[in-house]
Design a protein around this ligand. Structure first.
Ligand SMILES: CC(C)(COP(=O)(O)OP(=O)(O)OC[C@H]1O[C@@H](n2cnc3c(N)ncnc32)[C@H](O)[C@@H]1OP(=O)(O)O)[C@@H](O)C(=O)NCCC(=O)NCCS
Length: 180
């Protein structure tokens, strides 16, 4: 189901718009979640629990959904802790939208939220066998800081922990490769 009254603004890259995730997005987001993470997909309850902390002045979560033609094209979420650390909880682009800059747009959105939460660092875990995601994070200034053995179950795959020092400066969208 899509948001009521949503329309694609002219000039939205690839006709894909970003907006805050709401409860009615959980069902289509879960469908994509199961396509992309068949081994360890989040449950509906996990998304409900995250969204419960994503609204109001005491919010500690920021969840975004990308929409194209009324369908979910991607999603991403961030958690902020009182110590000024933010964690990228999830980020995903539908296979048909990968390589179009959508992952970069979603990550930019999360980092902007980290600034709004006044976080000074952003952490994430990524599978060691996911070089594409690692390259995305590196482009945004994340660097490896550790390894969590067997973090991803049931496959027993290690997680690379990556960290970005977060200055709060506006996040540059590094989609143009010439700068890298
Ligand atoms: C990781 C993921 C979110 C990246 O999303 P994405 O939309 O493909 O990301 P981008 O398009 O911004 O960047 C991906 C590649 O496309 C390139 N790209 C970006 N914009 C582009 C454009 N307009 N034209 C051509 N290529 C472009 C990027 O340079 C990048 O190249 P690289 O992989 O060689 O480094 C996506 O692959 C995904 O959802 N994977 C499955 C789920 C997953 O692994 N999530 C991460 C869990 S930690």
């Amino acid at each position: 189901m899509s948001a009521p009254g949503g329309s694609v603004p002219p000039g939205a890259p690839g006709g894909v718009t970003l907006r805050r995730m709401r409860w009615w997005d959980i069902e289509p987001v879960l469908a994509l979640e199961h396509r992309l993470f068949p081994e360890d997909a989040w449950s509906a309850g996990m998304f409900w629990s995250e969204l419960a902390h994503a609204r109001g002045p005491a919010a500690t979560r920021h969840y975004t959904v990308a929409e194209a033609g009324g369908a979910v094209a991607g999603y991403a979420g961030l958690a902020a802790a009182a110590d000024g650390t933010a964690d990228v909880q999830t980020i995903a682009a539908a296979p048909e939208h990968q390589g179009t800059g959508l992952g970069s747009r979603l990550l930019t959105d999360l980092l902007t939220a980290a600034t709004a939460f006044e976080c000074h660092q952003v952490l994430l875990e990524v599978r060691v066998d996911n070089p594409r995601a690692q390259r995305l994070y590196e482009r945004f200034g994340f660097a490896p800081v550790g390894l969590r053995r067997g973090y991803y179950q049931p496959g027993n795959v290690d997680a690379l922990v990556m960290r970005r020092e977060h200055t709060g400066a506006p996040v540059h969208h590094p989609s143009d490769r010439a700068r890298n």
